[in-house]
Write a protein that binds this ligand. Structure first.
Ligand SMILES: [Zn+2]
Length: 363
């Protein structure tokens, strides 16, 4: 990689538009929450693909390049790249074999052994890994007599995994494959997904697919990543930063909230209130607007007419008349949320003369 070092790394602290760009937000939508507003934090121009190692014969030919711009979503804090390269182009042949790193293999072994012991896994269980590479992790389950299923899109690493005794499907994990696995009874007691979420263009589809293949009370082991951790890593490895950004469509960040908040923070930045907050499509309903909602209680004809507040957004919430109801915490709230899927009418209350987003008729 020959691009200049990304001085703009400090801009990851906040959504400052870069000089030379038109001021103001860019067009979304965000890969996670669907927000239409994304801010550029780093533009590396057109870059060749990471790990697309050239052969000698290819050295004189032009290399395919793709725009590489990092965007920040103020709605959900997801940092993501603006252009998605077809996963088939990125991952069908993978130059990196996870078992090259002996420390990673040792770490994988101790993880597998501890999960097997903790969950009492045996010949009747199934350990699954998404992006299982050459079986560096699952082989340790095999050694302990636990059946495994790896999933990886790169044919060359799948060959290596199979040779190591790790049964592996060559394909992309998503809702479709998850449905297939579920239908054929291949449900995971533990599902590993290390260093994969950041490579996934459809974050929400991936997350829902995980739910489809996990047995009840199954374990999910996702990699840990934080903005601080990635920034610290980037400072230690500036020469590898471009590779990282080039290969990862998105990062998901989790943050610890201060104690004493009454609810999770929505896209508006205020705590959500059970039974009073809704998530809407911000292309049609302004965040913060009061919305009168007319619907019914879940699975019931009992009317539910209520003034609510548009305080959050969501990836699946698309369209002018669409809202997700925040039920709060706990089992009872979970039951209501799980059952709620009915028609509604919405009246968005706006100050007189306020421009109506999305071109919906002003009434
Ligand atoms: Zn977002």
């Amino acid at each position: 990689m020959t691009a200049p070092l990304p001085r703009a790394i400090s801009h990851l602290d906040g959504p400052e538009p870069q000089p030379g760009r038109p001021a103001g937000p860019l067009i979304g939508p965000c890969r996670s929450c669907g927000s239409a507003t994304l801010y550029p934090v780093l533009d590396l121009g057109a870059m060749p693909l990471a790990n697309a190692v050239l052969t000698e014969a290819g050295l004189g030919r032009p290399e395919p390049r793709h725009p590489l711009e990092v965007l920040f979503c103020p709605g959900c804090a997801l940092v993501q790249i603006g252009t998605t390269v077809a996963p088939e182009d990125l991952f069908s042949h993978y130059a990196y074999f996870s078992s090259y790193a002996t420390t990673a293999v040792e770490c994988a072994e101790s993880l597998a052994v501890s999960v097997i012991q903790r969950r009492g896994l045996g010949p009747g269980s199934l350990a699954m890994e998404v992006a299982s590479n050459d079986g560096y992790l699952l082989r340790h389950y095999v050694a302990q007599g636990v059946p495994v299923l790896g999933i990886d899109p790169a044919a060359n690493v799948v060959v290596a995994a199979e040779a190591a005794g790790v049964r592996t499907i060559c394909g992309f994990f998503g809702p479709e494959l998850a449905e297939e696995l579920r239908a054929s009874g291949r449900m995971a007691d533990v599902l590993h997904a290390n260093n994969v979420l950041a490579h996934v263009p459809d974050v929400n589809g991936f997350a829902s697919a995980i739910g489809r293949v996990l047995v009840d009370r199954g374990d999910l082991a996702l990699e840990q990543a934080s903005m601080q951790g990635i920034k610290a890593w980037a400072r230690r490895h500036p020469e590898q930063l471009n590779d990282l950004l080039n290969s990862n469509p998105s990062y998901v960040f989790f943050r610890e909230l201060p104690a004493g908040l009454n609810g999770p923070l929505g896209a508006l930045g205020v705590p959500l209130t059970a039974g009073r907050s809704i998530a809407i499509d911000p292309r049609h309903v302004p965040l913060g607007a009061p919305v009168f909602v007319a619907t019914t209680w879940p699975n019931s004809p009992k009317p539910l007419n209520r003034l609510m507040l548009a305080q959050d957004t969501g990836g699946a919430i698309r369209g002018a008349v669409r809202a997700d109801f925040f039920w709060g915490y706990g089992d009872a709230a979970g039951r209501e949320a799980g059952r709620m899927k009915q028609a509604l009418r919405m009246w968005v209350l706006l100050p007189h003369g306020y421009p109506v987003p999305g071109g919906v008729a002003h009434q």
